[in-house]
Design a binder for this molecule. Structure first.
Ligand code: PLP
Length: 378
């Protein structure tokens, strides 16, 4: 029998990784200050759920706390528990609320559950005494939260008052959508039933609606990580994540030959191809592949990498661990085995990468896998 080492004793070598992420915590901090200033007199919190949108919640939250952020939003109690030692004095709100299975974690780490239904309210108020909770009121998203009628009933019940009432926009990234105004009106009228209690409504995009959406606390997420808060608007946000992949092999493809699975891309000329160590398992989504993928017709441009600011298109299907880029138009010396190709960063914005794969910036970030070598810039 071969002796097997426990896997966590085997050293992971950053230099052996063929993808690398550089996460600029200074840019994150600056983006938070922009959101804080836009929040006016409201406190500016931070959504750090899903490992801070894939950037590393421990690094991101610690940096934001140093910047002055006191209110953090996570999805579940496990995420909150992990952050508590780093954020001893912060309020950590749990967006998914609380249920039997998460009750012990919630109490032990002093998390504030965001109560999302009358059942959660009865459970928390019946089990946790007067420990703090927030109340989510649904104003049109139909996802989480008490209906306006249930919220009014709650306010008239004998249950302890929440420390915060909140709601969430369904269409904030599309400022012209009529649902935004309806949600703001509805929230304003329900909020009157909770006098003296703090309120929160705006995510990154909602902050741009100005004072009717700001209340006491704002909850930006994507803008902190360099995403465009309002679709198509010029964004002042600085990119936070740079992703690069290493060229493993340069190969020649002849006109008429094909590349990758399905042989869907046919070379129209003799081509030089950089084969790189990144694939859909690393969040380089398969939908960014070249011709042959259904989305390609909806999104004429597939994904690109960049070499010194020059875009190099993906050719053929993106595979689990490898992707091929057409570098025929670059001088030979510009791309060699061992060089790095940018996937996200100064040239390829988060929005460009997302559009090329038929998705949104949020999904690009949260899909980043665990194989990248990560480094953090202060
Ligand atoms: C994720 C989330 C946010 C942050 O949204 P962004 O669009 O990333 O700014 C705010 N509030 C709630 C309820 C969320 O789920």
């Amino acid at each position: 029998m071969p002796r097997s080492e426990p896997i966590d004793t085997i050293a992971v070598s950053a230099s052996a990784a063929t993808t690398r992420l550089t996460i600029d915590l200074g840019a994150l901090a600056q983006n938070w200050r922009i959101m804080r200033d836009l929040s006016g007199s409201a406190r500016c919190g931070a959504a750090v759920k899903a490992d801070a949108y894939g950037t590393g919640a421990d690094h991101a939250a610690a940096r934001l706390a140093r910047e002055g952020c006191q209110d953090f939003f996570v999805a579940d109690a496990n995420e909150g528990a992990r952050l508590r030692p780093l954020l001893p004095d912060a309020r950590i709100y749990v967006l998914n609320g609380v249920f039997e299975g998460s009750f012990a974690q919630t109490l032990a780490h002093d998390l504030v559950p965001i109560i999302n239904s009358p059942q959660q309210a009865a459970f928390w108020c019946g089990s946790a005494g007067d420990r703090a909770y927030a109340l989510h009121i649904d104003t049109g998203m139909n996802r989480m939260g008490l209906s306006p009628e249930q919220a009014v009933q709650h306010s008239e019940s004998s249950m302890p008052s929440p420390c915060l009432v909140m709601s969430h926009f369904a269409c904030a990234d599309d400022p012209a959508h009529p649902l935004n105004a309806r949600q703001m009106e509805m929230f304003a009228s329900i909020r009157d039933h909770f006098p003296g209690i703090e309120a929160s409504l705006a995510n990154s995009a909602g902050i741009h609606f100005g004072s009717p959406a700001r209340y006491d606390l704002t909850r930006p997420g994507i803008a902190l990580y360099g995403g465009e808060p309002v679709s198509g608007a010029v964004t002042p946000m600085r990119p936070v994540v740079t992703a690069e992949t290493q060229v493993l092999v340069i190969r020649q493809g002849k006109a008429g030959e094909t590349v990758s699975y399905g042989a869907s891309h046919i070379f129209t000329r003799d081509s030089r191809i950089a084969v790189c160590g990144v694939g859909y398992a690393d969040g380089f989504l398969r939908n960014g592949s070249g011709s042959g993928v259904p989305l390609r017709s909806a999104v004429p441009q597939g994904a690109c990498g960049a070499v010194d600011g020059v875009r190099v298109p993906v050719v053929g299907k993106i595979t689990m661990d490898l992707a091929m880029f057409d570098v025929t138009d670059l001088p030979e010396a510009a791309v060699k085995a061992g060089d790095w190709i940018e996937l996200l960063g100064p040239t390829i914005t988060l929005e460009e990468a997302a559009t090329a794969s038929g998705t949104i910036s949020y999904e690009v970030l949260t899909s980043l896998g665990s194989r990248h070598a990560r480094s953090y810039r202060a």
